[in-house]
Design a protein around this ligand. Structure first.
Ligand code: SAM
Length: 179
């Protein structure tokens, strides 16, 4: 069975949900494709990565743009940089074509989810792609989904049905009935 590329599906969701001038956090900048997509949809973006190389590639991809700020720091510290945002994107795992041992970790990912929950407004959204193929990826996926189900409502979900350890993408809205 031919599956639609998961990144394309996520971008279709984002195209529907992003409004002009929204403030979006790209919690895992990587090569900058998600950041670029948000900018093309007239959002303002804060883009985080712990790897300088990722931010350099993203800057090369995007060029000078007045609505983006690249931040060389972990997404656990988003609240040090911004008090409010409309939506947040996580594309977990490792930077393609780079050191595959530098990956996202459940502890910092869950901390960033918690900050997102606090700083997002009522209409706020969280978009996450989990990868299970690399070491620790399955644990991060299980812990992340468990946490999301307690705090957010999943409005869209996509995976490669029938494929073992396929990535899982989710678009979620805040569940304001939780504390
Ligand atoms: C799968 S890539 C992201 C792909 C990217 N969104 C794109 O469009 O190209 C995951 C990125 O997360 C970064 N990362 C890992 N841990 C991080 C953390 N704690 N805070 C911010 N970025 C992190 C990695 O350095 C890597 O570049």
């Amino acid at each position: 069975m031919r599956h639609k590329n998961i990144n394309h599906v996520v971008h279709e969701w984002l195209a529907e949900i992003i409004k002009p001038n929204d403030i979006i956090v790209d919690a895992t900048c990587g090569q900058g494709y998600d950041t670029k997509f948000c900018l093309e949809h007239h959002a303002h973006v804060l883009s985080f990565d712990i790897q300088k190389q990722a931010l350099l590639w993203a800057q090369q991809l995007i060029g000078e743009h007045p609505h983006v700020r690249f931040i060389h720091d972990s997404h656990e510290f988003i609240d040090h940089y911004i008090p409010y945002f409309d939506g947040i994107i996580f594309n977990l795992g490792y930077l393609p074509n780079s050191n595959k041992s530098i990956i996202t970790h459940p502890k910092s990912t869950l901390k960033a989810f918690e900050i997102a929950y606090k700083l997002l407004p009522q209409h706020g959204w969280l978009c996450v792609t989990f990868y299970q193929g690399h070491e620790g990826g399955l644990s991060e996926t299980l812990q992340g989904i468990e946490w999301i189900k307690q705090h957010f409502v999943i409005i869209k979900e996509y995976t490669y049905e029938g494929v073992n350890r396929a990535p899982i993408a989710m678009l979620c809205k805040k569940n304001d009935t939780v504390d």
